[in-house]
Design a protein around this ligand. Sequence first.
Ligand code: ATP
Ligand code: MG
Length: 270
Amino acid sequence: MAEPVLQIKGLHQYFEKGTPSENHALDNINLDLEPGEFVAIIGGNGAGKSTLLNSIAGSLPVSFGQIKIAGEDVTYQSVEKRAKLISRVFQDPRQGSAPLLTVEENLSLALKRGSWRNFWNRGVKRNERAVFRQKLESLGLGLETRLNAEIGMLSGGQRQAITLLMATMRQPELLLLDEHTAALDPQTSATVMNITDQIVKQQQITTLMITHNMADALKFGNRLIMLDHGKIAIDIKGDEKKGLTVPDLLDMFKEKSGAEMTDDSVLMSE
Ligand SMILES: Nc1ncnc2c1ncn2[C@@H]1O[C@H](COP(=O)(O)OP(=O)(O)OP(=O)(O)O)[C@@H](O)[C@H]1O
Ligand SMILES: [Mg+2]
């Protein structure tokens, strides 16, 4: 079998360790992702989803355990160093692109892996522009005619779709999506989810996606993980995942954790 793209061994995260308010936010997480796996992560508020992504991305130092990406031990690497391996898209559409630059300038910057020096020296080449136009066209949002529009003038959904293109312009080893459709209205969210699915499948990018929407978690990806109190409570793949419904998932959660799912936003997303 191919080497896992992501390998997490015995990961623990504590907040305020040794104080009365100690919080064991991740409790012995062991997780391997095979190349091309698309994993949806769900779980109630405070389950540890963002803490897991922050640990992988390096924005949170690890309390105990080991994280490897593409065979490289990144446990103690800086965010900047491991950014060569990881792309991340956040919830806020304003976070992933430069508002005063145009669509093509943003895409060009992504192509140069955020190197401003290369960007200013070379500008946008004609052959690059052709690639950008074709990639924008594939989004189906008509953005191929907006290459010279300032990104800040676009809608949240348009901007998030372009952020996805930027994050995947150079093939990352690992794509981290942190509730990247949660700030969008339902229809736009569905559009961006379909675009996500298209890009991830086409480029076979190994992806971890946090979502509060159980229906999306069931519809997209080949694997579903539910976190509960810092532990992996459910981990289902392939055919086992395909036949599941939202009520099945809620039942599974109840069985594993002995409690009802109390996250309102999850329940409302049915
Ligand atoms: N910087 C921090 N300092 C102290 N405690 C924190 C910090 N970040 C997270 N926590 C705590 O760790 C636990 C896990 O939080 P986390 O943000 O990972 O949950 P989540 O699953 O992403 O929840 P949500 O769905 O609400 O975003 C929670 O109890 C939270 O209060
Ligand atoms: Mg979170």
